[in-house]
Design a protein around this ligand. Structure first.
Ligand code: SF4
Length: 115
């Protein structure tokens, strides 16, 4: 039995997940379907939204994030990938930096940066 705290909303429900041979047998403690899906993913393929910065051509850092969660196991490799990206300014929130950065998630600008 694995105990998980759901982070999908501020309620923070405690969820018990029973796993056998890598398969989810039961999920108890979630109070909504989002929690069930979160718990399933957390024990089989945990994902997180990646947040970081990339360089701009003039050297200013630009905050970025993925627009969907990406595989937690790939976060370090994706951080390396960020090092090779340089964007031009100005950058506006929501601008796409890289389409399909990982697993269908795009990399987008997370904060306005002027020239
Ligand atoms: S199970 Fe539902 S209500 Fe509970 S923390 Fe997760 S999203 Fe929120």
């Amino acid at each position: 039995m694995k105990k998980i705290t759901c982070i999908e909303c501020p309620m923070g429900c405690e969820i018990d997940v029973e796993v056998c041979d890598g398969k989810v047998i039961s999920i108890i403690g979630n109070t909504c379907p989002r929690g069930k899906l979160y718990a399933e993913n957390e024990v089989t393929c945990p994902k997180r939204v990646l947040t970081s910065t990339v360089k701009s051509a003039c050297g200013k850092p630009v905050p970025v994030k993925t627009d969907a969660p990406v595989k937690k196991a790939e976060l370090f490799a994706l951080m390396e990938k960020l090092n090779s990206i340089t964007i031009s300014l100005p950058a506006k929130i929501g601008d796409i930096v890289c389409l399909d950065f990982s697993d269908g998630a795009n990399l987008i600008v997370a904060g306005n940066v002027e020239k």
